[in-house]
Design a protein around this ligand. Structure first.
Ligand code: SAM
Length: 239
């Protein structure tokens, strides 16, 4: 199967229908990723078929488990080369997406992607989660905060939960073994005003790769003290 076929059939297995224009956008995204990757290190995965599964279908897996209403506001914290945010935006054109990362170079790549793919309603935000999460304009603003491969769950909750409005959700992409991380994060989740809602364990379509999605519902406002200063969540996770 070609990368395009892998993506189309895999998305269908996740309950996501991608039309020709959307599939074209993914093909263009792959071309830009590989072009920029030759100059800057953005991803270790360089085969289009593997990109389709490990980056695109992995990002889209959220849509199998979570209903994202049209016009929902989402922040992708530590987005790197745009995962999971950009694939979700291509699949859900109405999404109001903010892509945030502390490394400027990756954001320059994303500006190119957003421009070339003509994706409306995408903001690109440079900064550390710990600082951005204390800014009134971003704190308590989003229906969804999402993050893949950024930090351990106890740390990640402090970096992401402050951005969610009450009733919104924080979603973390993880590998198959999440029990220890979940146990370690249970106090952080409640201190930050969240509640563990569900853990979905699944195999990525067109592969034998096991993944988990952790969904934390925001039930109360996060206390003002969080997130703490840059570096503190990682150095001294909430216990
Ligand atoms: N989410 C992308 C993915 O799944 O491919 C990128 C993962 S990469 C391993 C981790 C990213 O998180 C990097 O781009 C890094 O700059 C960013 N990051 C790590 N800690 C951060 C923080 N405290 N605030 C903002 N971005 C952070």
């Amino acid at each position: 199967m070609s990368a395009r076929e892998i993506l189309e059939s895999g998305a269908t297995a996740l309950g996501v229908r991608l039309d020709e224009k959307q599939l074209d956008a993914f093909v263009r995204y792959t071309a830009l990723l590989l072009e920029w990757n030759a100059r800057f290190n953005l991803t270790r995965i360089t085969e289009p078929e593997e990109i389709a599964v490990k980056h695109y279908l992995d990002s889209l897996s959220l849509l199998k488990y979570v209903q994202v209403p049209p016009g929902a506001k989402m922040i992708d914290m530590g987005t790197g080369a745009g995962f999971p945010g950009i694939p979700l935006k291509i699949a859900l054109p109405g999404l109001k997406l903010t892509l945030a990362d502390s490394v400027k170079k990756r954001l320059t790549f994303l500006e190119d992607v957003v421009g070339q793919l003509e994706l409306p309603n995408v903001k690109i935000l440079h900064g550390r989660a710990e600082d951005l999460g204390q800014v009134r304009a971003f704190r308590w603003e989003y229906d969804f905060a999402v993050a893949r491969a950024v930090a351990k769950l106890n740390v990640l909750c402090e970096l992401c939960v402050p951005f969610c409005r009450t009733g919104g959700a924080f979603i973390a992409w993880k590998g198959p073994d999440v029990d220890d991380e979940l146990a370690e994060a249970s106090r952080a989740i409640s201190v930050l005003g969240g509640k563990l809602e569900s853990v979905h364990r699944f195999v990525l379509p067109n592969s034998d790769l096991q993944r988990s999605l952790i969904i934390v519902r925001k039930t109360e406002q996060t206390p003002r003290a969080y997130p703490r200063k840059a570096g503190t969540p990682e150095r001294d996770p909430i216990k």
